[in-house]
Design a protein around this ligand. Structure first.
Ligand SMILES: Nc1ncnc2c1ncn2[C@@H]1O[C@H](COP(=O)(O)OP(=O)(O)OP(=O)(O)O)[C@@H](O)[C@H]1O
Ligand SMILES: Nc1ncnc2c1ncn2[C@@H]1O[C@H](COP(=O)(O)OP(=O)(O)OP(=O)(O)O)[C@@H](O)[C@H]1O
Length: 586
C-alpha cells in the first residue's frame, strides 16, 4: 500500500479582514507517487489550498484557520514552514519572489546551503541541468527572461529534492517546447523517483497527458477528486463552472482515442459539448462584451488610415551588460513597421526577445542603436510620463503595475494623471468588462493571480493608448476569462490603434491575431499572416514552437492550416468522425 504523504481534514480558512472563508471544510488525501492537478476558475481557492500544504497558511498568511493538516504522517501543527518545506517543495505563482540571490548558481544553491547540505553546489548544478539552465549558470538572475526565471524557481525547489513538489501553474510563462520539457521532467521525477507532484493547471493538454488525478475547486470547496479521464470527461460540469479545458484536447480525443482511449471508456456526446460551448460563447458576448461595445463609439476607418504606420523601428539594437561586463546583444538590427488596425502576435521561445522588443516600443528600455518612432514621435529618451498615452505596456507580472490601495484607484491612476474627462465612466467600463465589479474596493496585491491579471489588463486598456502592448496576457487566466479577453481585445480596436501581444498561447494567436511576428535569438525571423506562419512547420520548429497542441491537432485533423477557432475544431472533429463512421459502415 502506498503511504499517504498529505492529508487535510476539515480545513476552513478566512483571510484577515475577509467576510467569507476562502476554504470551506476541505478534506483530501494524496498518496506517495500521485500526480495530481488542481483545477478551478480564477479565485476558486486553488493557491490558497496549496499554501496550507507547507504551513504558509496559517503561519505566514495569518487568518482564521481551523482543521488539520498532516504531512508525512505527522500533524503540521507546531511545525515551521522551514521544517515542512523539506518535504514540501513549492513553486509559487509569483515565483519571482522566490529568487533571492544575484546569480543563477547562487540562487539555485541557496536553499540547500541554508539547510546545511555540504553538497549544496552539486545539488544546484544538478537542478540547473534538469531544467536546462546550465548555460546561464553564471548570469545575473535579473538578466533572465520571464520564462527562464520560472525555470530557475523550479530548479530551486528541485535542489532540495523534496518528497512532494507543488507547482502553481508550472508552464504559465513557458514556450510550448519548454512547457513540454518541464512536464517531462515532472513525469521523470514522478515515475523514476517516486515524487508526489501537485500542479495547479489551466492547460488541459498537460493534465490529460501527465496527471493521474484531478481535484476540482469550486468557490473554496473541493467539488470532487477524480481520475483524470473521468475528470476531463465531466464536460457539462466543467462548462457550467466556465473552466472547460480547451476544446482542442477534447476534439483530439474524439478523433484519436490513443493513448488515453477516453472515447471508449467515457463516451462524450459531441452535440452536448457543442451546444454548451456555443451557449457559453453567447453568454460571454451578451453579458459582458456587448455591454462594453454599446458604450463605445465604433469608428469606421478609411483604407488610408488603416495603412498608417503607428510604430516604426529602424536598425534597432538592444544590449544588456553581463556579469563579466561584456555586452550581451539581445536584439539585433530590428526593422519593423506596425500599422493601424493590426492585431499582432509576437511569438518565439523563452528568451527570444519578445518582452525586450515591446519594452523598446513602450520606451521602458532604451535602444543601444537605431530609432523607435511611435505615431511619428521619436520615443528614445522621451520621459516616462509622456509615454503613457502613446504606448502602454501591460507587464508580464501584473503585480509590478500596482501602486494604489484598491482596484478602482489602480484603473483610475493614469487617467487621473492625464486629467481624462470621462474618467469615472471609463473606470466603470473596465470594471465591468473585466468582471472586476466585486473586487473594485479590494487591494490588487491581495487578489488571486488570475484576478491580478485582469486588473493589469484593465489598467492598460483604460488609457486607450495608440499602441497597447500586452506581455503574456492569458497566463494564469481560466478559459472563460480568456474568451472574454479575446472579445474585449476585439472591441479595443476602435480605441487603440495597434495591439501587440507577446504570447506562448497558440490558441490565442489562432483566434485573435491578424499578423504574426516570429522572434528567435533577438531577431525577427518571420513576419506574416497566421495562415502562412502556422503552415510553415520548419520555421516553427526553428523557433522552438513546433510541438504545440494545435499543430498536433491540425495534423490529426488533416487540416491544411492551423488557424482555426475552437468551434472550427469541434466542427472538423465531428465531420471527420462522421466520415470515419460512414467509411466504416461502407
Ligand atoms: N534587464 C536585463 N538585463 C540583462 N539581460 C536581460 C534583461 N532582460 C532580458 N534579458 C535577456 O534578454 C534576452 C531576451 O529576454 P526577453 O525577456 O526579451 O525574452 P522573451 O522572448 O520575452 O522571453 P519569455 O518568453 O521567457 O518572457 C534573454 O536572454 C534575457 O536573459
Ligand atoms: N493574501 C490574500 N488576502 C486576502 N484575500 C486573498 C489573498 N490571497 C487570495 N485572496 C482571495 O482568495 C480567493 C482565492 O484566491 P486564490 O489565489 O486561492 O485563487 P486561485 O483559485 O488560485 O485563483 P487563480 O486561478 O486566479 O490563481 C480570491 O478571491 C482572492 O482574492
Amino acid at each position: 500500500m502506498r503511504k499517504t504523504v498529505l492529508e487535510l481534514n476539515g480545513v476552513t480558512f478566512t483571510y484577515p479582514g475577509a467576510e467569507q472563508p476562502v476554504l470551506r471544510d476541505v478534506s483530501l488525501q494524496l498518496k506517495q507517487g500521485d500526480f495530481t492537478a488542481v483545477i478551478g476558475s480564477n479565485g476558486s481557492g486553488k493557491s490558497t489550498l496549496c499554501k496550507c500544504f507547507n504551513g504558509l497558511i496559517p503561519h505566514y498568511y495569518t487568518g482564521d484557520f481551523s482543521g488539520e493538516v498532516i504531512v508525512s504522517g505527522q500533524s503540521a501543527e507546531g511545525r515551521t514552514v522551514a521544517e515542512l518545506s523539506r518535504t514540501m517543495g513549492y513553486v509559487y505563482q509569483d515565483f519571482e519572489n522566490q529568487l533571492v540571490r544575484p546569480t543563477v548558481i547562487d540562487d539555485v544553491s541557496f536553499t540547500p546551503l541554508n539547510y546545511g547540505f555540504a553538497d549544496y553546489k552539486e545539488r544546484g548544478e544538478r537542478a540547473l541541468e534538469l531544467t536546462g539552465l546550465s548555460e546561464v549558470r553564471d548570469e545575473f538572475v535579473w538578466q533572465l527572461s520571464g520564462g527562464q526565471k520560472h525555470l530557475l524557481a523550479l530548479a530551486g525547489s528541485l535542489a532540495m529534492d523534496p518528497e512532494v513538489l507543488v507547482i502553481d501553474e508550472p508552464v504559465a510563462q513557458l514556450d510550448p517546447q519548454h512547457a513540454r520539457e518541464i512536464y517531462e521532467i515532472l513525469r521523470r521525477l514522478n515515475v523514476e523517483h517516486g515524487k508526489t507532484i501537485v500542479v495547479i493547471e489551466h492547460h488541459a493538454e498537460f493534465i490529460a497527458d501527465y496527471c493521474q488525478n484531478v481535484i476540482l475547486m469550486d468557490n473554496g470547496s473541493i467539488r470532487w477528486q477524480k481520475p483524470v479521464r473521468e475528470a476531463l470527461s465531466s464536460v457539462s460540469e466543467l462548462l457550467e463552472l466556465g473552466i472547460y479545458p480547451p476544446d482542442v484536447t477534447r476534439a483530439a480525443w474524439m478523433l484519436n482515442p490513443n493513448p488515453l482511449s477516453v472515447q471508449e471508456q467515457y463516451p462524450m456526446n459531441p452535440e452536448e459539448g457543442r451546444s454548451y460551448f456555443i451557449s457559453q460563447h453567447r453568454a460571454v458576448e451578451d453579458n459582458n462584451c456587448s455591454m462594453f461595445k454599446d458604450k463605445l463609439c465604433l469608428v469606421e476607418e478609411s483604407a488610408e488610415q488603416k495603412k498608417e504606420a503607428v510604430v516604426q523601428m529602424e536598425g534597432v539594437g538592444l544590449s544588456y551588460r553581463t556579469i563579466h561586463r561584456t555586452l550581451h546583444p539581445v536584439l539585433k538590427d530590428v526593422q519593423l513597421e506596425l500599422k493601424r488596425g493590426e492585431s499582432i502576435a509576437l511569438i518565439g521561445n523563452n528568451g527570444a526577445g519578445k518582452s525586450s522588443l515591446m519594452k523598446l516600443i513602450a520606451g521602458i528600455a532604451k535602444p543601444s542603436g537605431g530609432t523607435v518612432h511611435v505615431k511619428g514621435t521619436l520615443i528614445n529618451g522621451l520621459p516616462a510620463e509622456r509615454l503613457s498615452g502613446i504606448a502602454s505596456y501591460v507587464f508580464q507580472n501584473p503585480e509590478e503595475m500596482f501602486i494604489e490601495d484598491c482596484v478602482r484607484k489602480e484603473i483610475a491612476y493614469y487617467l487621473k494623471a492625464r486629467k481624462v474627462p470621462d474618467m469615472d465612466e471609463r473606470v466603470e467600463n473596465m470594471l465591468q468588462s473585466f468582471r472586476l465589479g466585486e473586487l473594485a474596493e479590494r487591494d490588487a496585491r491581495l487578489l488571486s493571480g488570475g484576478q491580478q491579471r485582469r486588473v493589469s489588463l484593465a489598467i492598460g486598456a483604460a488609457v486607450r493608448p495608440a499602441v497597447m502592448l500586452l506581455d503574456e496576457p492569458t497566463a494564469n487566466l481560466d478559459i472563460s476569462t480568456k474568451q472574454e479577453l479575446v472579445k474585449v481585445l476585439e472591441t479595443l480596436r476602435s480605441h487603440v490603434e495597434t495591439v501587440v501581444i507577446a504570447t506562448h498561447d497558440m490558441q490565442l494567436v489562432a483566434e485573435w491575431a491578424s499578423r504574426i511576428i516570429v522572434m528567435h535569438q533577438g531577431q525577427i525571423i518571420a513576419d506574416g499572416s497566421k495562415e502562412d506562419i502556422f503552415a510553415d512547420e520548419q520555421l516553427l520548429r526553428r523557433a522552438g514552437l513546433a510541438q504545440t497542441q494545435l499543430m498536433e491537432l491540425s495534423r490529426v485533423l488533416g487540416l491544411p492550416r492551423i488557424c482555426c477557432t475552437l468551434e472550427d475544431f469541434i466542427v472538423s472533429a465531428e465531420l471527420q468522425k462522421e466520415e470515419v463512421t460512414h467509411h466504416g459502415s461502407c
